[in-house]
Write a protein that binds this ligand. Structure first.
Ligand code: CP
Length: 332
């Protein structure tokens, strides 16, 4: 199998074997990094990093991965470039495709990253869109596999708003890999019905079981991985907080949720997380609603079952694998 020149745009585009190959390369590159072995296979190559939304992990992972691979990375902040305002995505893609060997995009609609891939002619990677966050899912799968030695047959329960990029991508990733997936939230926060149908078709092949559960006391029963994310996604207006808090507070990941999960279950979160009052928004929510935390308690976030910082580190190794698989001609 070759992943050479392959775009990385959404989990739906990937076969189970392709995901396995990215994970193999990520584990190999992680080992090289740990041992201090130089792996600058891509000296002389250039990557453009477009960020229309803020980021800590994804931006740092792409920049450090590019540096470790010997590449030069150019960070493009839309405020200081022509993207979208004075120049169309199509024209931008055609220009960047003449200068760069690959492009990463974080921003709004999935159609933007798809257009960058179509018109640039160079491998293009999705660093998060409204609909999809595939590099996060690779890191999550690597983390689960490192912890349990496998992903197939395990059960992941996602608590919170499952309609957007994380809920969607985890459901697709789980279905593809033969992992069981439970979305635990009010029914109006379940993933899109058409996407659920697609995943049910995929699950028929892989044996994955998809479940949609409204009772927070039942969602984690039988789960090996409890996963949550912030209740308000990037780009949503601040007015949505009040309603979201009212709807999703019963779905906070607490010690009780973890206690109902399987023995040895782990807690995951793509981060950033509102688990204490260490953030501006966290303090604002304390002032407005009296909350000390939101989607997860501090006790769970910092507890022994939490693997959130392993997961964050794995963003680097998996993103590096995506770049390397796409740009190293003879494979890694
Ligand atoms: N999980 C994630 O995408 O983190 P950043 O928003 O910091 O990139």
């Amino acid at each position: 199998m070759t992943l050479y020149k392959k775009n990385f745009l959404k989990m739906l585009d990937l076969s189970k074997e392709e995901v396995e190959e990215y994970l193999r390369v990520a584990a190999l590159l992680k080992d090289k990094k740990r041992k201090g072995e130089v792996h600058d296979f891509l000296r002389g190559k250039n990557i453009a990093l477009i960020f229309e939304k803020t980021s800590t992990r994804t931006r740092c992972a792409f920049e450090v991965a590019a540096a470790d691979l010997g590449m030069h990375a150019v960070y493009l902040d839309p405020k200081s470039s022509q993207i979208g305002k004075k120049e169309s995505i199509e024209d931008t893609a055609k220009v960047l495709g003449r200068m760069f060997d690959a492009i990463e995009y974080r921003g709004y609609g999935q159609e933007i990253v798809e257009a960058l891939a179509k018109y640039s002619g160079v491998p293009t990677f999705n660093g998060l869109t409204n609909e999809s966050h595939p590099t996060q899912i690779l890191a999550d799968l690597l983390t689960v596999r490192e912890h349990f030695g496998k992903v197939e047959g395990l059960t992941l329960a996602y608590y919170g708003d499952a309609r957007y990029n994380m809920g969607n991508s985890l459901m697709v990733g789980a279905a593809k890999m033969g992992m069981n997936f439970t979305a635990c939230c009010p029914a109006k926060y379940f993933p899109d019905a058409a996407l659920i149908e697609k995943c049910r078709e995929i699950a028929k092949e892989t044996g994955s079981v998809l479940r949609f559960e409204e009772d927070p006391a039942k969602g984690s029963v039988g789960a090996d991985v409890i996963y949550t994310d912030v209740w308000v996604s990037m780009g949503e207006p601040p007015e949505v907080w009040e309603k979201r808090i009212a709807d999703l507070s019963p779905y906070k990941v607490t010690g009780a949720v973890m206690a109902r999960a399987n023995k040895g279950a782990i807690f995951m979160h793509c981060l950033p997380a509102f688990h204490d009052l260490g953030t501006e928004i966290g303090r604002e929510m304390k002032e407005r609603f009296g909350l000390e935390d939101m989607e997860v308690t501090d006790e769970v976030f910092l507890g022994e079952q939490s693997v959130v910082f392993d997961e964050a580190e794995n963003r680097l190794h998996t993103i590096k694998a995506v770049i390397a698989c796409s740009l190293v001609k003879d494979g890694v």
